[in-house]
Design a binder for this molecule. Structure first.
Ligand code: HMG
Ligand code: MG
Length: 298
């Protein structure tokens, strides 16, 4: 059986844009976020307070948030923070929702965070502690949950260990990232089951699929069957991680919405408004959306 209702956690403005080499004007990013919220997305990850040299596209994070007026925003607009410097910036900007992002593998911790796998926990611990003290909501990502471009297939218990350590710091939700999109449906089920056996129920998990191998929607279907009710997705299928070889676009929000509607699962998103937003964004970026649903309806 399937859940009656699913929460779509929109990551287009952050995961979708972070890999774009041509800098998108801040006004365009602000309009993107506004249009996504207006289309019914209940939460929209807006940007990252990471080092601007590491992700130049998101160097305008402070400026973007002044355009977005967090106090007035109709939906939560979480931001990524890797360290205390990032949290300071997020607090100064008035953020109410932050997300830390750990790795399940040694190599990606080094490539993405310039840290060892163990060192990432020391980096995140004061971030989570201070964020919770300040009354913020904290989400945790764990990347490379299925495979890693340098280390190959990632053992399930290694992922569960990393995820539990991040959750145990006090995060409310753990998003399991298939950063390079190599996962397949049976592996998805086995990972969710392993978290369950380790005491982490589906109510605390979200799934974050990339569509590199065309498996994102099949994987989302498998996760639904296992009771997952939060899915990360990116409008128009934008996305990729600049520090993960071969990572391409995220699961397209439109593709997910189409499947959920067909299954009779509530999601609250206006598909026409969403497609119009992705068509507009594709025009801004100068190339068509890779989403099959955007192509069919746009
Ligand atoms: P580092 O170079 O080791 O940083 O980078 P550091 O702590 O040694 O500091 C060096 C300098 O950077 C210092 O300045 C710091 O103040 C400054 P100086 O004293 O030399 O003038 N600094 C900062 N400035 C602004 N904001 C900050 C910040 N931190 C330090 N937050 C660091 C370490 C973690 C900062 C770096 O590796 C980084 O920014 N990494 C982010 C990479 C990233 O954003 N990747 C993409 C997101 S993850 C993803 O996409 C996966 C996900 O989608 C899920 C999935 O698909 O699996 C979430
Ligand atoms: Mg991602």
């Amino acid at each position: 059986s399937f859940p009656d209702r699913v929460t779509i956690y929109e990551v287009g403005p952050r995961d979708g844009l972070q890999n774009e080499s041509a800098i998108v004007p801040v006004e365009v990013k602000a309009e993107f976020v506004h249009r996504l919220a207006a289309a019914g997305l209940p939460i929209v990850e807006a940007t990252s307070f990471v080092h601007p040299k590491w992700v130049p596209q998101l160097a305008d994070a402070e400026e973007l948030l002044t355009f977005l007026d967090l106090a007035d925003a109709s939906v939560p607009l979480p931001v990524l923070v890797p360290n205390e410097r990032g949290l300071d910036r997020a607090l100064a900007a008035g953020c109410t929702h932050v997300a830390i992002f750990g790795s399940a593998t040694e190599t990606f911790a080094q490539k993405n965070l310039n840290s060892t796998l163990d060192g990432q926990y020391a980096m995140f611990e004061p971030v989570v502690k201070r964020a919770l003290e300040a009354g913020l909501d904290v989400r945790a990502y764990v990347s490379m949950c299925f495979g890693d471009p340098w280390e190959g297939e990632v053992p399930i218990d290694q992922v569960v260990d990393a995820g539990r350590r991040l959750l145990d710091m006090g995060a409310t939700q753990l998003s399991l990232g298939d950063t390079i999109g190599v996962g397949t449906a049976a592996h998805v089920g086995a990972l969710i089951d392993a978290f369950g056996a380790a005491g982490v129920g589906v109510d605390r998990l979200a799934m974050h699929f990339h569509d590199t191998y065309g498996q994102a929607l099949a994987n989302a279907h498998a996760a639904l069957r296992h009771g997952i009710t939060t899915f990360d997705a990116s409008a128009g299928g934008l996305g990729g991680c600049p520090y993960a070889e071969s990572a391409t676009g995220n699961l397209a929000t439109e593709d997910l919405v189409w499947m959920l509607t067909g299954l009779g699962i509530e999601h609250g998103v206006d598909l026409n408004a969403l497609v119009a937003t992705s068509v507009w964004m594709a025009g801004q970026l100068g190339r068509p959306s890779p989403s099959a649903v955007v192509r069919a309806l746009g």
